[in-house]
Design a protein around this ligand. Structure first.
Ligand SMILES: [Fe+2]
Ligand SMILES: [Fe+2]
Length: 171
């Protein structure tokens, strides 16, 4: 992990701490998830391909084409295989932190939100997250979707179902 990535991990953990104040979470577990969510991000492509083979990571059609999405699923497998972490909420939060997915656990939602706010800080979004996690999730999912569309990149179906699910729930 590069120094910059390590700083991002620390800062994501700090943000998770702040945002999770009013939610029933295990703060040690949340901190561990935040610190490790990008564990695979700086692994070079060839090594990543080797790990995908070694651990039998199953990538869907979109993930195969978007290398930027590999570090979530690969990171979760590294945590399971090399660090003996078998807590499914930790593994899923790491696995899905880039795309998001519908019905994420509290850990998944907090990592998704803190990961975004670490890069694009926004005090107002932080305040929303503290009282209504799903409302903040929806704003951030919307921002991420706009960003992907603007770039002309592939939009992962899990992100679409996260968005649709949040819209349906608010009705
Ligand atoms: Fe990431
Ligand atoms: Fe991250």
């Amino acid at each position: 992990m590069t120094d910059e990535r390590f700083k991002h991990a620390l800062e994501t953990a700090r943000l998770c701490d702040i945002l999770s104040d009013s939610y029933p979470i295990n703060s040690e577990k949340l901190r561990l998830t935040a610190l490790s969510h990008d564990i695979a991000k700086d692994i070079p492509k060839e090594e990543m391909e080797r790990l995908i083979d070694k651990y039998g990571v199953v990538l869907d059609e979109i993930e195969k084409k978007e290398k930027g999405l590999w570090h979530g699923p690969v990171g979760a497998l590294i945590l399971r295989e090399e660090f003996d972490i078998d807590d499914q909420e930790i593994l899923d939060a790491v696995k899905f932190h880039s795309t998001g997915k519908e019905n994420m656990s509290l850990y998944g939602k907090l990592i998704y939100i803190a990961d975004f706010l670490e890069t694009w800080p926004d005090k107002e979004f932080e305040d929303i997250a503290r009282v209504d996690l799903d409302a903040c999730l929806k704003i951030i999912a919307g921002k991420k979707i706009s960003y992907v569309l603007k770039k002309g990149s592939l939009l992962h179906p899990r992100t679409v179902s996260l968005w649709n699910n949040l819209c349906i729930r608010k009705r």
